[in-house]
Each structure stands twice: as C-alpha cells, then as structure tokens.
Design a protein around this ligand. Structure first.
Ligand code: HEC
Length: 333
C-alpha cells in the first residue's frame, strides 16, 4: 500500500499527521497513512462524518434494523435469554412426593405391582403408546415366567424376512421381539390423536420432571377446568400437565381392568401400578444396581478398615521408636 503512494502524498501525510485533531490522534500509524492518500479536504469531511449526528442516527437505525430482521427470521438473538411474562401454571402443578416401594436406597421394585402395571399398560395405554425399548424377554423373571411371556409374544404377528424368494412374511412373535407399536409411524399416531403425538413410554419416567410421582399425579389428576380457564374443544384439563390442557383424556376409572391377583382395580391402584411398571421399563437394571451398590459399600468399607489397620501396623515400629542422643564424653578430663 505504502509503495503505491506518490512521494507528494507521503509528504502531505507527514504534515497532516501533526495538524490532526485529537480524535484521530489515537489512530494507528498505518491507518493515518491510508487517510492521507486522499486529499486533506476529504479527510476533514471524514472527521465530521464520524462525529455527526446523522451518522450516529443512521448507524443506530442500521443496528436496530439488523436486529429486527434477524429476530424476524430466527425468533430471538442467540446470546440473549428468552424473557416472557409467564404464569406458574405454564410449568404445571408440582407433583407431590409419594412413598414408592422402590424409593429407598436399599429397596427393590414391587414385582407384583410391575406385573399388574404391565396389564394396565397392555389393556389401556398400549392402544396409543408404544414401548419401543422393551422386548418380551425383558419381562421374563421380572413380572412373568418364560412360558407366559412366550405365549403373549406368540399372540402378536411380526413381519420378518426376506425369505429365500425375497419376500417378507408374517410369523408369530418370539421372546426376542420388541413390544409391538400401536401405530406404524409418527404421522399415523398424530392422525389418530387429533394432531397430538402420544410419546413412547419406555423412558417417560426419566424424561419428565418428577418421574413416577408426575405420572401418578397426571393419571389421577384430571379435574374440570377452574372458572375462567378456557380449554379448546377436544383438550382436557389437568393441572399437572404444563399449560393445563392435555390431548390425552382421563383413561383410568375404577374397575377398568380385572387384575389376575384379585387386587381391587381402583383408579389410584392402576395409576400406581402402571407408574411402577414404567419406572421399571425406564430402569430395568434398578434392582441389580442397588444390589451391586450395597456390595460395593460393604467391600470398600472392609478394604478401607483393613488398609487403615495395615498402615498402623507397618508404621508402629517407626511411630513407637525412641530417639536418644548420647553426647560424646569429653576425654580430656
Ligand atoms: C387414546 C389414546 C391414549 C391412551 C389410551 C393413553 N394415552 Fe397417554 N397420551 C396420549 C396423547 C395423545 C398424548 C399427548 C398429549 C399432549 O401432548 O397433549 C399422551 C401423553 C401421555 C404422557 C406424556 C405427558 C407429558 O408430560 O408430555 C404420558 C406420561 C402418558 N400419556 C401416559 C399414559 C398412560 C400411563 C396411559 C395408560 C394408562 C396412557 N397414556 C394412555 C394418548 C393416549
């Protein structure tokens, strides 16, 4: 850049450098040379441009315009948190903490409840909700025997293949098959539920704040909308659901299912059982995890005690020794 400037321009630059106003004194040497490549009158024009109100106004306008355009396109600025007036009901009523039989540090699932909960899932929820991550074999030894699970699997037809002619065929289910989904795809599920998607229930207990407590409260919490709350046609009011309006209607009513073990099927009993079943589905390793946990605590505390003892044992000669100093006897006297 410098090499392309004429000698005259450079001389002007030197002169101008001294007569420059205080606002431009801070500019680096490089930019000073650049300004002076134009003549002095335009440089003065540039100075006034920098400090003029019109520039300030147009720059502000340009910034505001860019922000408006960006927010119009993308919703909000990426570095600003969203601020909006909200109400507590937007978050949903907070579920109470219920004393689950598997809630304690050493407690395992109530397996009779898992079995009843599976029955509620199969007879009620499975009409709309899938349970993708659970296979028939997972039920074996948890809630059903192998023969029971196999018999249930065989009632369902699965598409398999291709066979040697390259065609897909139907066959009865096996223990290794996963739970059948009620709808073939998301679009069909939405079409069957007035546009709302019934979520997969495999991990729902982990996916919602409050877990099993939320599930129980949601299933038992349907009430009429309070005065002043408008609910759209086809929606239902449930204070535990964020926003209050849920597309899933109340489903559990006393006596809806008939339990094999003769437990009275009240609404809360079914809600508790299905919540226990879904807690197991979300965390099938739960019982094992707690068993390994207690084993680890016992083994590691025993090892800690042994290592403390060994440390004291090894150090005892050093800690107990007595250091005696015998000054040399003066041999002169
Ligand atoms: C008639 C179909 C239908 C049945 C039967 C049904 N649900 Fe739903 N469920 C839905 C729909 C639709 C949604 C989505 C609701 C929404 O987003 O407004 C839903 C949502 C849910 C949710 C998620 C709520 C949230 O916080 O997002 C849970 C949990 C749930 N259902 C559990 C169950 C359980 C448990 C059963 C069985 C007792 C059951 N559902 C039976 C249709 C159904």
């Amino acid at each position: 850049m410098l090499s392309r400037l004429s000698a005259g321009a450079l001389k002007k630059a030197a002169n101008l450098g001294t007569s420059r106003s205080s606002t431009l004194l801070n500019l680096s040497h490089h930019s000073r040379v650049r300004f002076t490549s134009s003549n002095s009158s335009s440089s003065a024009g540039f100075e006034s441009l920098l400090s003029s109100r019109a520039t300030l106004a147009s720059v502000s306008l340009f910034t505001a315009g860019s922000i408006a355009w960006y927010t119009h396109l993308y919703g909000s600025l990426p570095f600003l948190g969203e601020v909006h007036a909200g109400h507590l009901s937007d978050e949903g009523l907070h579920a109470a903490a219920y004393p689950w039989s598997h809630g304690g540090v050493l407690d395992t699932f109530d397996h009779a409840s898992i079995r009843r909960g599976y029955q509620v899932y199969r007879e009620v929820c499975a009409a709309c909700h899938s349970l993708d991550r659970i296979a028939w074999r997972n039920l074996v030894g948890v809630s059903h025997t192998a023969d029971e699970a196999r018999a249930m699997a065989e009632e369902v037809e699965y598409t398999d293949g291709p066979n040697s002619e390259g065609e897909m065929f139907q066959r009865p289910g096996k223990l290794a098959d996963y739970m059948p989904a009620p709808y073939p795809n998301e679009e069909a599920a939405r079409a069957g539920n007035a546009g709302a998607l019934p979520p997969d229930l495999s991990l729902i207990v982990k996916a919602r704040h409050g877990g099993a407590d939320y599930l129980f409260s949601l299933l038992t919490g349907y009430i009429d909308p309070p005065a002043g709350v408008e609910i759209r046609e086809g929606m239902n009011y449930n204070p535990y659901f964020p926003g209050g309006a849920i597309s899933m209607a109340r489903l559990l009513f006393d006596g809806l299912v008939e339990y094999d073990d003769g437990t009275p099927a009240t609404t809360s009993q079914m809600a508790k059982d299905v919540a226990t079943f879904l807690s197991w589905a979300a965390e099938p390793e739960h019982d094992e995890r707690k068993k390994y946990g207690i084993k680890a605590v016992i083994i590691f505390s025993a090892l800690t005690l042994i290592s403390l003892y060994v440390k004291r044992f090894k150090w005892s000669p050093i800690k107990n020794r007595k250091i005696q100093y015998n000054p040399p006897v003066d041999k002169i006297h």
